[in-house]
Ligand binder design. Sequence first.
Ligand SMILES: [Zn+2]
Length: 347
Amino acid sequence: MSHDIACRLHAAHDLRIEPLADPQPQPGAALVRVLRGGICGSDLHYYHDGGFGPVRVRQPIVLGHEAAGVVESAPEGSGLVAGQLVALSPSRPCGDCDYCRAGQERHCLNMRFSGSAMRLPHEDGFFRNRLYHPLDQCLPLPDGADAQAAAGAEPLAVCLHALGMAPDLSGQRVLITGAGPIGAICTALARLRGAAQIVVTDVQDFTLGIARRMGADRAVNVAEDADALADLAQGKGQIDLVLECSANPHAIAQAITLARPQATMVQIGVGGTLPLPLNLIVAKELRLVGTHRFDREFAQAVAMIGAGQIDLSPMVTQVLPAAQAQRAFDLAGDRAQAVKVQLDFGA
Ligand SMILES: [Zn+2]
């Protein structure tokens, strides 16, 4: 009798820990025992609101799209062996549509994304003890890497893709709005890429403290001190690059005020319809660029983590046993005390 569990969301605020049936073998897939899963903002939207925008939870769904685990079994010759630590990529493009053929798999028309309620039937995610996962979506890490770090591959891939939308960061003055997990990882990446100054804004001292540990030079609570960034507004603005991770209209407006002419703003935070100061965007000739998920950056993220090139550990603020998923979700939504909360499926 197995004690395997799944964290399945039935409706908003109805997250249940349920026994997990033995996973059904699938061709071209490895059986993976999940060790760690990170709770993401979109998981929280499903949990609190039953979805976001037009995406609604219409049937029970196993949440989770950030995870790492160990291979229990894999087909011979697959390159994966039992006991190997792997990061799981949640992204399964069809490989056949116009976007896939153009090398833009992230825009795939038939995307199956683990833990996403976008399509029917919903695609079950990683918050379960065991699953079969396609071989090419199980990326091995070298010996000595740990599951906590490996579970950070997905958000790191998101940030690598976002930085790919920006000019070279070397010597640049960078503003990062929003010190959640994505803002924290962007901070660490901006440091690695040679940014001259990294300014992070948020409205929570706790998350700003994490941003400092991830490499921020200045971490400013804009709710407490609205004028703290006045020096960066000098002239027409002093910021070369904005990485917008909050989707908050006040933060966006401030970022646009601080941006120098011809600066780039990469919009990473996701929101609905917001007012924007178009006069400033036009007058300063700003480049406003969206960014969506990742493609090859997932493998790049795994390689960076495997080589110890980036330390994401400061942002993992809590690790809870998977059986306490409801508590973990409540905690993850409390930005006064959490940045990234992970579920421990090995506990
Ligand atoms: Zn496709």
